[in-house]
Design a protein around this ligand. Structure first.
Ligand code: G
Ligand code: G
Ligand code: MN
Ligand code: NA
Length: 250
């Protein structure tokens, strides 16, 4: 496929960049960190969505080179911020199962000087199920480096509840499909309340993704959700847009 070929050279040709989306504390409204999201500007096709090219990259192993670049770039950027905000990086199944991944993360932390506790690795449940024993070992080794693991897209994957017990997650990210209209749909509200109760019972903070309206945020505040992310608080954007948060200036 054309895209597959072009992807192999995209990093070296400088076509990839990261945008950053703020994550806020629901109680205080303050920005507590950012999620790094990958963007590819193809020379002829323009912007190609990661929802399109990440699956292609995962088939061809190009994901390893791209994922390494994302990790380096996000950690390098976050290490320049005067304020010690967290930085969340999405990691694919292929990376988690690469024998070099833990060593790579260790090396990137050392080289960038980023404090390990500021790094959060986001993994989906689907990334863990092909070889759960291997995945568990990798997650434990990552945690031994001092970073945190978030379960991404919670509720959309396979067997969410047993995964929460089997893997050492530090945070639950409720998928945006459950956040959309949570203020007006009683079924959705019941599901989100139960995930928040689950988080409380397990001692895990919960972040709600895809918050677009004040009404959704109000529901989350009333239900004591810890953190939120979504267009309401900020769209994924170049990091300069958020200098008042990263640098603490007005
Ligand atoms: O930001 P956006 O809605 O375009 O992202 C679409 C999908 O691509 C999401 O599932 C998101 O997690 C994924 N994605 C974005 N950036 C990265 C990345 O750097 N690595 C991986 N593996 N997935 C990413
Ligand atoms: O799978 P993951 O949760 O990593 O993907 C996050 C995706 O959700 C990104 O593509 C990001 O652009 C998108 N996103 C973030 N906030 C919102 C939002 O408020 N509404 C919608 N529709 N998408 C969002
Ligand atoms: Mn994510
Ligand atoms: Na998600």
């Amino acid at each position: 496929r054309m895209l597959e070929h072009d992807l192999r050279h995209a990093v070296a040709r400088g076509q990839m960049h990261l945008v950053y989306q703020p994550q806020t504390d629901v109680g205080s409204g303050e920005v507590i960190g950012f999620e790094a999201l990958l963007r590819w500007k193809h020379p002829e096709r323009g912007f190609v969505s990661p929802a399109v090219f990440i699956p292609i990259a995962e088939e061809s192993d190009a994901i390893l080179r791209i994922g390494e670049w994302v990790l380096r770039e996000a950690c390098r950027e976050a290490a320049t911020w005067p304020r010690p905000l967290s930085i969340a990086v999405n990691v694919s199944a292929v990376q988690i199962h690469s024998p070099h991944f833990v060593g790579l993360v260790h090396e990137v932390l050392l080289r960038t000087g980023l404090a390990p506790h500021r790094l959060e690795v986001e993994v989906t449940e689907t990334a863990l199920i092909s070889d759960p024993n291997r995945a568990l070992l990798t997650l434990r080794q990552l945690k031994a480096l001092g970073l945190r693991i978030a379960m991404d897209d919670f509720g959309t994957g396979y067997s969410s509840l047993s995964n929460l017990r089997s893997f050492p997650f530090d945070k639950i990210k409720i998928d945006q499909s459950f956040v959309r209209s949570v203020d007006s749909n009683e079924q959705t509200a019941a599901i989100v309340r139960s995930v928040l109760g689950l988080g409380r019972g397990l001692g895990l903070p919960v972040l709600a993704e895809g918050v677009e309206t004040e009404a959704e945020l109000g529901f989350l505040a009333a239900e004591q959700c810890h953190a939120a992310q979504g267009y309401l608080m900020g769209r994924p954007s170049p990091i300069d847009r958020f200098a008042q948060h990263t640098h603490g200036t007005a």
